[in-house]
Design a protein around this ligand. Structure first.
Ligand code: T6T
Length: 324
């Protein structure tokens, strides 16, 4: 009798495994729509997503717009929805303007996770509001990232003087939160004045001209926080063009190789590297978990690595430099 039971449960076990294998045999198509395709941050995210897709035998489709703008992102999203992928991972380029376009995907039965940026408040699956339908938000803690930037810049300028934020445009969840976190933390430094934010539309050339214009109005400018890759790169170029390298201090969000070069030359003090590959990896893994009937957390936070001259050659740090 004992033997029979053992055989029976073994058989059940085999059946369960066979069932699991069958579900996993379907090759899922997971679409990843970045903020824009030519940004080292999203290129690195794609690598992590591809590693995860390979691990679970899914197909990853990477399709995005040529600039960071809802006007170009929404048609890409519509084209992706028309192809009916099993899952959409997307970095929405605007908190509000992507709600309705993404609702169309949800209404078509395509599950969604937002990666890097969010829609609405970024708090999903609450039964509240019109933007809680994505299953999860996977990203850096951008408020914290802004606070880290403020502390670093305050230290670099000797806790006094004038600084400003070089930013993309209002409505982008990540960069809005970085600015918010930065300004809140800066309140702890009464001798630092934070000048008006300069919005560059994700255009490094514009950010460079703005740096020079702010400096022309404020010859005692001490520092700038570049709130994303192009803002930081442009601000740093502006500092160099103004002949102020080392005098106007630069703290960069994001860590492409160009910013690392600027750290080595002394133009940029430090870079706050996000972990985009990790965001992409967990995005695909969470999608796969959902598609195979598992529940997933509504939020996954990924970390930062602060890179400066003192640690840039350490291979455990350098692995967080973005891919070009
Ligand atoms: O900083 C990243 C990303 O987190 C942000 O949402 C948009 O800009 C980047 O892609 C860098 O260019």
């Amino acid at each position: 009798f004992l033997k029979a039971t053992a055989v029976a449960s073994l058989a059940t076990g085999v059946a369960a495994v066979a069932g699991g294998t069958k579900a996993a045999d379907k090759k899922f198509t997971i679409a990843l729509i970045p903020g824009l395709t030519t940004d080292a941050f999203y290129i690195t995210m794609r690598k992590g997503a591809e590693a995860a897709a390979k691990a679970v035998g899914a197909e990853l489709v990477f399709q995005g717009g040529p600039d960071f703008n809802p006007v170009t992102q929404v048609p890409v999203l519509d084209a992706v929805i028309a192809k009916k992928p099993d899952f959409i991972l997307i970095a929405p380029t605007d908190k509000d303007q992507l709600i309705q376009p993404l609702k169309k995907a949800a209404d078509a039965g395509i599950p969604i996770i937002t990666v890097d940026t969010f829609i609405g408040t970024g708090v999903y699956q609450t039964g509240n509001g019109d933007a809680d339908f994505p299953l999860a938000y996977i990203a850096s803690d951008n408020l914290l990232g802004g606070a880290i930037a403020a502390r670093a810049l305050a230290k670099a300028v000797g806790e006094k003087g004038k600084v400003y934020v070089s930013n993309v445009k209002p409505g982008v969840s990540t960069t809005d939160q970085r600015e918010q976190g930065f300004k809140e933390e800066m309140k702890k430094y009464p001798n630092i004045t934070v000048l008006e934010t300069q919005y560059n539309d994700d255009d490094a050339n514009k950010a460079a001209s703005q740096l020079q214009a702010v400096y022309a109005r404020n010859s005692d400018l001490d520092g700038v926080f570049g709130a994303n890759l192009f803002s930081a790169l442009g601000a740093a170029n502006g500092v160099q063009q103004a002949g102020q390298t080392g005098k106007i201090r630069v703290v960069a969000f994001d860590a492409p190789t160009s910013i690392i070069d600027n750290i080595n030359s002394g133009l940029v003090d430090l870079a706050i590297a996000q972990h985009p590959a990790e965001i992409g990896y967990f995005g695909v893994m969470a999608a796969y978990a959902h598609l195979t009937g598992n529940s997933i957390p509504t939020a996954i936070g990924t970390g930062f690595t602060v890179i400066d001259k003192s640690n840039v050659t350490d291979k455990n740090i350098a692995k967080f430099i973005y891919s070009d």
